[in-house]
Design a protein around this ligand. Structure first.
Ligand code: GDP
Length: 364
């Protein structure tokens, strides 16, 4: 499944710096051809140590990571919902992504101007949130009117829908995002149909100076506090450090990270957070030709996982032969794991777990 994350934020907060580092860095780290679909869209391989270990054990010719698509979405400024900046262009981009990563400026630098003339991450976060909420309100107003008209005829279900939408309108008008609306789960279908911008999961990338790594500063702490109250995640990164990291050889990179007190790059931490936020997990297929990582939503059944590999596999699904990553590693090969009684035969109802190494048997 194509997972996409849109980078938004005010101008000059470091979006493009981060985007370029993410795309280039990921490409190098996984030795995977980075492809740019459009200048602002990059496919980034998901770093995963398990994949390379499995590939070595399975003596695979090829290693194929799973990927995340990052989209650099420019043009969000105060008044954007009314056509300021690049106007509504950014909206179409945001509608298409699964999660929004709001890059927030948490660094001081007199050489880099700020659109509002001063550094204030919470104000910036609120400007972005307000623009998105205003756009959602516009979408919703028309819908509420229609629902209320339809409900007049006395249909109980339409009345319920109109009430729910009315409640959502009140929630958004108070400046709260759709994702925290208590009635959201009462009618997920209706909510999905609205495709509201503020319904998307949000991740904040607090962009701090190198000297403020690894824990951040007072500004990123403020973002953390804000995020806790708005059902969002925070990752402290330094776009500049990420840009420097991609210039280094892998061994130098590890050394540089350690010197900054970091175990993993911002890219890895961002992807991790996005996976958690979106409720995704990784499973593997492993063999002499290729070892590959795949992404599915948590809760996916074996046939749903098979669909990722090929639609024929889902259609003709017979059974899945599953070895957990830990068992595979411990035994060293599929055959050894099988002899050790660690190969499970699972049916259509099996719910895939993170790290499963799966072999699908299917009819063509
Ligand atoms: P965008 O408009 O949000 O895409 O911002 P850019 O990525 O183009 O960055 C705007 C300016 O801020 C550039 O001159 C960057 O070099 C600079 N910049 C980005 N991140 C950092 C950072 O972490 N620290 C400092 N000091 N400057 C940064």
């Amino acid at each position: 499944m194509g997972v996409s994350v849109g980078l938004v934020g005010l101008p000059n907060v470091g979006k493009s710096t981060l985007f370029n580092a993410l795309s280039r860095g990921g490409a190098e780290a996984a030795n995977f051809p980075f492809c740019t679909i459009e200048p602002n869209v990059g496919i980034v391989p998901v770093p995963d140590d398990r994949l390379h270990l499995l590939a070595a054990l399975a003596k695979s010719e090829r290693v194929v990571p799973t990927t995340v698509e990052f989209v650099d979405i420019a043009g969000l400024v105060e008044g954007a919902s009314q056509g300021e900046g690049l106007g509504n262009q950014f909206l179409a981009h945001i509608r298409e992504v699964h999660a929004v990563c709001n890059v927030v400026r948490c660094f001081e630098d007199p050489d880099v101007s700020h659109v509002a003339g001063s550094i204030d991450p919470i104000r910036d976060v609120e400007v972005v949130a307000t623009e998105l909420a205003l756009k959602d309100l516009e979408t919703l107003e028309k819908r509420v009117e229609r629902a209320q008209r339809a409900a007049k005829a006395g249909d109980r279900d339409l009345k319920r829908q109109a009430d729910l939408l009315g409640g959502l309108e009140v929630h958004l008008s108070a400046g709260d995002p759709a994702r925290t609306f208590p009635g959201f789960h009462e009618d997920p279908g209706l909510m999905r149909e609205l495709s509201l911008l503020t319904a998307k999961p949000v991740l904040f990338a607090a962009n701090v100076a190198e000297s403020d790594l690894p824990d951040g500063n007072a500004m990123s702490d403020a973002v953390r506090e804000y995020a806790a109250g708005h059902r969002a995640e925070v990752v402290v990164v330094s776009a500049q450090v990420e840009a420097e990291l991609v210039e280094l050889e892998p061994s130098e990179r590890a050394e540089f990270l350690t010197s900054l007190g970091l175990e993993r790059s911002g890219l890895e931490r961002l992807i991790d957070a996005a996976y958690r936020l979106l409720g995704l997990l990784t499973f593997f297929t492993a063999g002499p030709k290729e070892t590959r990582a795949w992404t599915v939503p948590a809760g996916a059944t074996a046939p749903r996982a098979a669909r990722e590999v090929h639609s024929d596999m889902e259609r003709g699904f017979i059974r899945a032969e599953v070895i957990s990553f830990e068992d595979y590693r411990e035994h060293g090969s599929e055959q050894a794991a099988k002899e050790g009684g660690k190969l499970r035969v699972e049916g259509k109802a099996y719910v895939v777990r993170d790290g499963d190494v799966i072999h699908v048997r299917f009819n063509v």
